[in-house]
Design a protein around this ligand. Structure first.
Ligand SMILES: Nc1nc2c(c(=O)[nH]1)N[C@H]1C(S)=C(S)[C@@H](COP(=O)(O)OP(=O)(O)OC[C@H]3O[C@@H](n4cnc5c(=O)[nH]c(N)nc54)[C@H](O)[C@@H]3O)O[C@H]1N2
Ligand SMILES: Nc1nc2c(c(=O)[nH]1)N[C@H]1C(S)=C(S)[C@@H](COP(=O)(O)OP(=O)(O)OC[C@H]3O[C@@H](n4cnc5c(=O)[nH]c(N)nc54)[C@H](O)[C@@H]3O)O[C@H]1N2
Ligand SMILES: [Mo]
Length: 822
């Protein structure tokens, strides 16, 4: 066994270097509570990580029917045994004494404990009343990227097929709507072309607005191990902050926020100039090349250097690396998806790969990343603005086929228009046309933009709000009924990561109190509504996760995300398996789009695409004319300036995002002591230039304001680009400590963000707003409570104590970082 290391201080652990085309060595990471010896564990139960989208396989350690730790699974293709800090420590939240254990119902303005029957009757009765009085359009569902596939499929069936509402979306709208939209634009279907094993082969890895080091720590470990080995790849980083990715990059482009399309167009322009184009591939497998050539006229690197404010030589060098690479891998995430012109920017990354013919081969993958552990399933199963199994809502034959699977009338599935996106659902509630909102596993009172508005929408008297959560979140506090859910480790189900790897997560222990699995609650709801198919049989034909999975398999058969070759048994024991998995590919499929074959045939494809400026859907006729033979679509985009630019009153550009140690609104990570200690309170990042100009020092308390609200936070001076402020969005109000925050609504980044979204993906813009900053209190010797191991590390010279897992981390932690060479 290797020496114990503090995985808070060293989030990526020790290096296991490897060279191109060789096997990534195994390293098994584990954490067990209270000095427990692995031999003392009663049983290990198979699962995967739930605090990001990487899909790291792990076993849950159980002793005396309690979760006591986790251990990475060496056999799994995704992580080869490794785990990140959130996975090593985050499970402790399951034991929190403040878990919800009984349903709550609002009586005389107060939430009081009640029994399941009373709570569920209230929810079902209100649904039935509204259906009778106002029809299905008064009912909406807002779900998550954190439930299981079986739960989403059940929810989508209830909402689309049973109730008949098209107001169904997930927080995936805030997260990876643009991943899906960009894939639909270029390939007419969702589904990631890449595979994590592309890291093993790539000679250039480009990360666009993706702080992989902090947000997919194990995937980044794979990159670090390549960088430490022979013939390492060149990393390109596009991010205005000095992330750990930027630190390891051959070229770091730090553009002005909101200028991604300009930057991408210049890279593409440079590729055309040098003819770094695989013309044979483009001629055979793509449409739209001429339009791109025309559009790029004028997008010189010189112009982009000015607009994005990056050195022209760096743009040239990035284009040269990309253009001359032999195996190019690209990843895209929130720096693109939550910024201005989200879909248009993300699509240009696809265009690079199409131009270079770099798809479907080892080392040549695109990952339009997901963020949440099960976001892929929300999209697949039709619990967001999509229909199940990537069926096309504007193709009547697909609606008929779905109606066949569900044994209902096609007219019972609303498809007169695209399903309503989350921001629009909130708008309809504000207007009063939606009167019932059922929220599962998401916390919009902290995670949606413009929180002042969000609170007023969610606390409306005429809205019946149901919140199904594991804690009394800020959103649950506004609910009419709160339903206590069982979570990961307490229920069984499957979920799928970014590179299409499906994992099974088995139940390890019983949930606390009367908490029930989300699936059980949804099935109960369907029974109480008495939803039926056209033969009078129950619409939801299952009660257990495995039965739901079998139902889903039939729904997915023959579609791109084909699960028909999978079973729970097949997923037990070994590695996760990548879809499509069917008779033709019984062991799954490592890379899709090999040999220039796409799922974009007009009769088969999931989407005909949208206009990326107006968001208008492309009509079936237009699409057939554009792409009759089902090729890849090269879609060009004009750069447009961001909507809210700095002004005299609001001179800074505000961006928001994450830190390594916390997950979202911290309902889990703040209840894991090691993680909370590493990043206990909100901070704001600003550049040394701006600090000098304003006379600020590390630890000063600043008030950041936008036209929507204010946040107070201590200053951390970092290498972020000048003129830009960064706030982590993790800090809401359920554990507001007072102190720096006498004002109860001065901590969450989304007090400041604006109501605006990308026209094609409808993803809100969390990463470009104009803001002002003033000092309200001097540092008084205190430092910002920000980690030093991450993008928030202080600029050179600042004396800030290093982040560790606490003073006793090394002595007390029973963390093993074993290196099992293979
Ligand atoms: N530790 C941790 N890991 C997580 C999560 C978490 O909460 N915590 N959440 C998971 C989820 S759901 C998601 S969606 C992912 C998100 O993962 P990421 O997208 O990697 O995380 P973010 O911090 O939101 O944003 C990434 C970067 O975008 C940059 N950025 C901001 N504006 C711009 C811009 O205009 N252009 C460019 N090029 N870059 C810009 C920011 O500086 C930031 O470093 O992480 C997943 N993993
Ligand atoms: N300013 C700003 N805002 C952002 C972002 C940003 O970068 N900047 N990022 C956006 C992104 S990418 C995302 S994904 C969202 C995330 O936003 P949210 O989804 O609102 O954040 P979470 O804290 O993950 O909320 C999940 C909720 O589900 C509960 N939960 C966990 N497990 C279970 C379960 O098994 N069952 C049930 N019923 N409940 C469960 C948790 O307790 C928690 O309350 O935030 C978005 N908002
Ligand atoms: Mo996300």
């Amino acid at each position: 066994m290797a020496p114990h290391i503090d995985r808070i201080a060293q989030p990526w652990g020790t290096r296991t270097p490897y060279g191109p085309g060789t096997h990534w060595p195994v390293r098994v990471d584990s954490h067990l509570e209270g000095g427990l010896d692995p031999a003392g564990v009663d049983r290990w139960v198979q699962s995967a990580s739930i605090l990001h989208s990487n899909g790291d396989a792990l076993d849950i350690a159980v002793k005396d029917d309690r979760i006591v730790g986790v251990r990475g699974r060496a056999v799994d293709r995704v992580n080869h045994g490794r785990l990140g800090p959130k996975d090593l420590y985050g499970w402790q939240a399951n034991h929190s004494p403040d878990r919800l254990t009984t349903p709550l119902i609002r009586r005389d303005g107060e939430l009081v404990e009640t029994d399941w029957d009373t709570a569920m009757a209230a929810v079902a009765d209100r649904t039935k009343e509204l259906l009778a009085e106002r029809g299905p359009s008064s009912i909406a569902f807002y779900t998550s990227g954190q439930l299981f596939l079986e739960e989403y499929y059940t929810l989508g069936l209830i909402a689309h097929g049973g109730i008949g509402t098209s107001h169904v979306d997930g927080n995936t709208r805030l997260c990876t709507a643009t991943a899906a939209a960009a894939l639909k634009e270029s390939f007419a279907s969702d589904g990631q072309p890449g595979s994590y094993t592309d890291i093993d082969h790539a000679d250039v890895i480009a990360l666009y607005g993706h702080n992989m080091a902090e947000t997919q720590t194990v995937l980044w470990t794979r990159v670090l191990d390549r960088l430490a080995g022979p013939n390492p790849p060149a990393v390109i980083c596009v991010d205005p902050r000095p992330t750990p990715v930027a630190q390891h990059a051959r070229v770091h482009l730090a553009p002005r926020p909101g200028t991604n399309v300009m930057l991408m167009n210049a890279l593409l322009h440079e590729m055309l100039e040098h003819d770094w184009v695989d013309h044979e591939y483009v001629d055979a497998h793509a449409v739209g090349f001429e339009e791109l050539t025309k559009m790029l006229d004028g997008y010189s690197v010189e112009r982009a250097a000015q607009v994005c404010d990056v050195p022209v030589e760096d743009l040239r060098e990035a284009a040269r690396l990309i253009g001359t690479s032999e195996r190019l891998m690209s990843t895209v995430l929130q720096g693109f998806y939550q910024s201005h012109q989200a879909t248009a920017a993300a699509v240009q990354v696809n265009n690079i790969h199409i131009l270079r013919g770099m798809l479907g081969r080892p080392g040549c993958g695109i990952l339009q990343m997901n963020g949440q552990p099960t976001a892929q399933n929300t999209r697949e199963a039709g619990a967001d603005g999509d229909l199940p199994a990537f069926r096309n809502w504007s193709n009547d034959a697909h609606i008929e086929d779905l109606a066949r699977v569900w044994n209902i009338d096609p007219m019972d599935i609303p498809h007169y228009t695209a399903p309503t996106h989350a921001m629009q659902i909130m708008r309809y509630i504000e207007d009063g046309s939606i009167r019932f909102l059922y929220v599962t596993a998401t916390n919009p009172a902290v995670s949606m933009p413009e929180l002042g508005r969000m609170r007023s929408i969610l606390s409306q008297e005429r809205l019946f709000l149901v919140v199904q959560d594991i804690f009394l979140s800020e959103t649950a506090e506004l609910a009419d009924v709160v339903l206590p859910a069982a979570t990961w480790g307490e229920k069984t189900g499957t979920f799928t990561n970014v590179d299409r790897t499906v994992h099974l997560s088995d139940k390890a222990v019983d949930p606390p109190g009367e908490a029930r699995s989300d699936l059980d609650i949804l099935v109960d709801y369907a029974r109480r509504l008495d939803l039926r198919d056209k033969d009078g049989a129950p619409l939801v034909k299952w009660t257990t996760p495995e039965e739901a999975f079998e139902g889903w398999k039939e729904c997915s058969r023959g579609r791109p995300c084909d699960y028909s070759g999978l079973t729970y048994d097949k997923l037990r024991g070994g590695s996760g398996i990548q879809w499509p998995c069917n008779d033709e590919h019984p062991d799954g499929t490592e890379r899709i789009y090999a040999d220039g074959q796409f799922w974009s045939d007009p009769s088969y494809c999931e989407s005909y695409g949208r206009d990326m400026v107006t968001g208008a859907p492309v009509s079936p006729t237009e699409y057939k004319a554009l792409n009759p033979e089902g090729k890849a679509v090269i879609k060009a985009a004009e750069y447009l300036p961001p909507h809210e630019l700095p002004s005299e009153d609001f001179p800074f550009q505000l961006i928001t995002g994450r830190t390594l140690y916390h997950f979202h609104t911290r309902t889990k990570t703040a209840r894991a002591p090691q993680l909370q200690a590493a990043a206990p309170e909100v901070w704001v990042e600003a550049s040394a230039d701006d600090a000098r100009a304003q006379g600020w020092v590390e630890g000063d308390v600043l008030e950041i304001t936008t036209p929507r609200g204010g946040v107070t936070a201590r200053l951390r001076i970092t290498g972020i680009r000048a003129g830009v402020l960064f706030l982590p969005f993790h800090y809401g109000y359920w554990d507001t400590p007072g102190g720096d925050h006498p004002d109860d609504h001065g901590r969450a980044a989304n007090e400041l963000t604006l109501t605006d979204w990308d026209p094609a993906s409808k993803q809100p813009i969390f990463k470009t707003a104009a803001a002002a900053a003033t000092r309200v209190r001097a540092a008084d010797g205190k430092q910002a409570p920000a980690p030093t191991t991450t993008a928030s590390r202080p600029v050179d010279g600042a004396s800030v104590p290093p982040t560790t897992g606490g003073p006793d981390a090394l002595a007390d932690e029973e963390l093993q970082d074993e290196e099992v060479g293979r």
